[in-house]
Design a protein around this ligand. Structure first.
Ligand code: 4NP
Length: 150
């Protein structure tokens, strides 16, 4: 059975759409990748223009994505749930129905810095350089994730 991976941040407009697009670009299409936000502020919206632009600069189109909110059902659908920061982690864990669900939730940067619990900074209120920095972090993490799925 093919693996299903969900990328989660707060708004699902800046970080998780990038993680979603980057991982999708590195894996076989039999692996299902999606993203969601723990908050409901931006439901139905496109990713942030700055995320669309930085992805496009790296040859990845994320403009077809639409924002959705994380739900408890995602624990049933997905095998692995990658979160960007500790606050996302806490918000997702709060909705977990059981221990098996909790074990699906991982901080994405632990893929490249095991057990360090580092966070992908929220670039929403900063400038364009923050989006480039986030892209580079996620690109490295997704390279490791994709390699495990080969
Ligand atoms: P994201 O960034 O969690 O990386 O999508 C944010 C986007 C929007 C908001 C917060 C974070 N907001 O408060 O609207």
């Amino acid at each position: 059975m093919s693996h299903k991976v969900l990328m989660v941040c707060l708004g699902n407009i800046c970080r998780s759409p990038l993680a979603h697009g980057i991982l999708e670009s590195k894996v076989h299409h039999s692996i299902f990748v999606d993203s969601a936000g723990t908050a409901g502020y931006h439901i139905g919206e496109l990713p942030d223009k700055r995320s669309i632009a930085v992805a496009k600069n790296h040859g990845i189109d994320i403009s077809k994505q639409r924002c959705r909110q994380f739900t408890k059902n995602d624990f049933t659908t997905f095998d692995t749930i990658y979160v960007m920061d500790q606050s996302n982690f806490d918000n997702v864990i709060k909705l977990a129905p059981n221990e098996k669900s909790k074990q699906k939730v991982k901080l994405i940067l632990n893929e490249i810095h095991p057990n360090k619990n580092l966070e992908v900074p929220d670039p929403y209120y900063g400038g364009t350089s923050g989006f480039e920095e986030v892209f580079n972090m996620l690109d490295k993490a997704c390279e490791v994730i994709a390699a495990k799925m080969k």
